[in-house]
Ligand binder design. Sequence first.
Ligand code: PGA
Length: 254
Amino acid sequence: MRKKKLMVANWKMNPGSVAEARVLFGKTKLAGGKLDKVETVMCPPFPYLGLFAHAGTTRVSLGAQDVFWANIGRATGEVSPEMLKDVGASYVIVGHSERRALGETDEMVSKKLRAVLAEGLTPIVCVGEKERDVDGKYFDILKNQIKSSLAGIRRTDFREFVIAYEPLWAIGKSAREAMTPRDIRETSIFIRKVLADMYDATTAELPVLLYGGSAEGSNTAAILRDGGVSGLLVGHASLDASGFISMLKSANSI
Ligand code: PGA
């Protein structure tokens, strides 16, 4: 397991103003910068990325929420891996379920992953089932999603690679409705097994695994202790600086 916990703040389409973004970034960076057992990654919406250009440190990094799969071409509205690198982003979320819901396919995810890796950025690829059925079909759904999203990814690419497991049914709710640490652990083992079948047992241990879906202050420690993951992808709870800072401190104490 990775030594430092990886805590990724996915701000989604928030906050609504530059002024608020500056405050949120500033407070989180100040607190995150004091923690030696956590790497904090803040992923603001595109218009704010430039505000924090090269503000990253070894403890607090900058990430993007999406990316295009090429550096050149006619692509109105898109942002290239090269641009993200140039503003000092080091992580990129790829294939978030909210992007997939707007039409992003596994094939697009795999193209984006390859473009991100070619630029020397670290991808955070999101996978997760829509629902859990009693027959356990969700395992197959997850397996197929992982296999097609990772098409064309080589063993050596996994040295700097993050997989965020985010069951869709647990996103945007409250800690009470999040997945239990025990179920997260079971799924983490399953994901490593899928990777071992695709590659080999050693490679399967390389990517950093995160959990996302209603991670809040009250379940952070339990998930990090018992969920078989090295960190969290945090949505709504990352928008409240003091609440998110408590989560970072909690991660730092494990
Ligand atoms: P949430 O979002 O923490 O608000 O559930 C997580 C995510 O969608 O990345």
